[in-house]
Design a binder for this molecule. Structure first.
Ligand code: GN1
Ligand code: MG
Length: 356
């Protein structure tokens, strides 16, 4: 993105010459930290990706409802306050149609990109569980579906099959192994369908992007203080948040790694995440949700592999990439992680994911 475009956007949210720094490692939006000369506190300026979020106003609307609601919940984590434009608006659209919004940057905080120990894993799991519990009294009907069918596994599987039909022969040939392995695990889609139809599973407000970098920690106390990136916070099922934490935090490497032989599940982290999440959630969980808690990591890792290979087959239109086969490599990384999780669950819990 052109520096001038960012400068113009920044100028809407503050006064004086803005100092601009890129922020974060997200695969979707463009995010910057902006310092204005007269302000002690920087702001986070974000250009919303409208290919992924065709109605960015929905994100703003949800954010407003959630942050208002959380303000009145004692002991709950907060979310950074919105920063209005100089004319008092919640967002700004530039002449090219880019959609910009601002939130406060919280000084004296940090977001770790990986876990330093199991205690931290428990803390993060408890934070996301606490977030869902704090929002239990919110009328979830008020929230917009910012991305319809976001964690709908049947829909993701359909998108994958459609992409296979339309893909170029070159991309298809490169993906044969991943495609075959993913097709073999269709029983996970059937399991998802049973969640949707059985009535034994509740919908709750879920964050839907539970990576460690979406929790802000206090530099001094090392405590979790804020949840960020609420773009996909909307009603969802029990598996989404704990599943995404297992996928991103219990693994030895991150989703961009191509050190295939190093990909594995870290037992102690896995257990800390599940136990940390269950500590808070079990009073709200139905017996089915408790019984199938270990399906969570499988579902999310499977879904992410489907989504990455689908994007590769669609010529990389969704996720930012740094080199040509990155989405295929990400899909393979997630597939290996899925296989390792299956092995891990069988050994540790005699858990057979093939039956639901
Ligand atoms: C996207 O950009 P980021 O990291 O916040 C994606 C998540 C994926 C993730 C994979 C809106 O999130 O669902 O799990 O990439 N968000 C959207 O890294 O598609
Ligand atoms: Mg996100």
């Amino acid at each position: 993105m052109k520096q001038l475009t960012i400068q113009k956007a920044a100028a809407q949210f503050g006064v004086g010459e803005a100092l601009i720094e890129p922020l974060g490692e997200g695969l979707i939006h463009r995010t910057y930290k902006i310092n204005f000369p007269g302000n002690d506190v920087p702001i986070v300026l974000q250009c919303i990706n409208q290919t992924n979020f065709p109605q960015p106003e929905n994100i703003i609307n949800n954010y407003r409802i959630i942050s208002q609601y959380l303000k009145y919940q004692t002991h709950s984590l907060q979310v950074p306050e919105m920063v209005l434009t100089n004319t008092g608006k919640l967002f700004w659209i530039d002449e090219e149609g880019n959609f910009w919004r601002g939130t406060m940057f919280l000084n004296n905080t940090y977001t770790p990109s990986s876990l330093s120990d199991e205690k931290e894993a428990r803390l993060v799991a408890g934070s996301f569980a606490g977030f869902t519990l704090s929002l239990a009294g919110l009328n979830a009907e008020q929230l917009e579906k910012t991305i319809p069918d976001f964690h709908n596994l049947s829909f993701r599987f359909q998108q994958f099959e459609t992409a296979i039909k339309k893909a170029s022969i070159q991309r298809l040939l490169k993906s044969t192994h991943v495609i075959a392995e993913l097709r073999q695990r269709r029983f996970l889609v059937d399991f998802y369908e049973s969640i949707k139809t059985s009535g034994d599973y509740k919908t709750r407000v879920m964050h839907h992007d539970c990576k460690i970098s979406n929790i802000l920690f206090d530099k001094t106390t090392k405590q979790a203080i804020c949840v960020v990136d609420l773009d996909t916070t909307m009603p969802g099922y029990y598996f989404s948040d704990v599943g995404d934490m297992i996928r991103t935090m219990a693994c030895t490497v991150d989703e961009n790694s191509t050190r295939w032989e190093d990909i594995d599940v870290r037992k102690r982290y896995y257990n800390s995440i599940v136990n940390g999440y269950m500590d808070l959630m079990q009073s709200s969980f139905t017996s089915e949700e408790k019984t199938y808690i270990h399906h969570a990591g499988l579902l999310l890792t499977y879904m992410q592999s489907l989504r990455f290979v689908t994007d590769f087959l669609n010529n990389d239109i969704y996720y930012k990439t740094d080199y040509p086969e990155q989405n295929l490599n990400r899909a393979l990384n997630q597939l290996i992680l899925l296989e390792k999780t299956e092995e891990f669950l069988q050994t540790e819990y005699h858990y057979n994911s093939f039956t639901s």
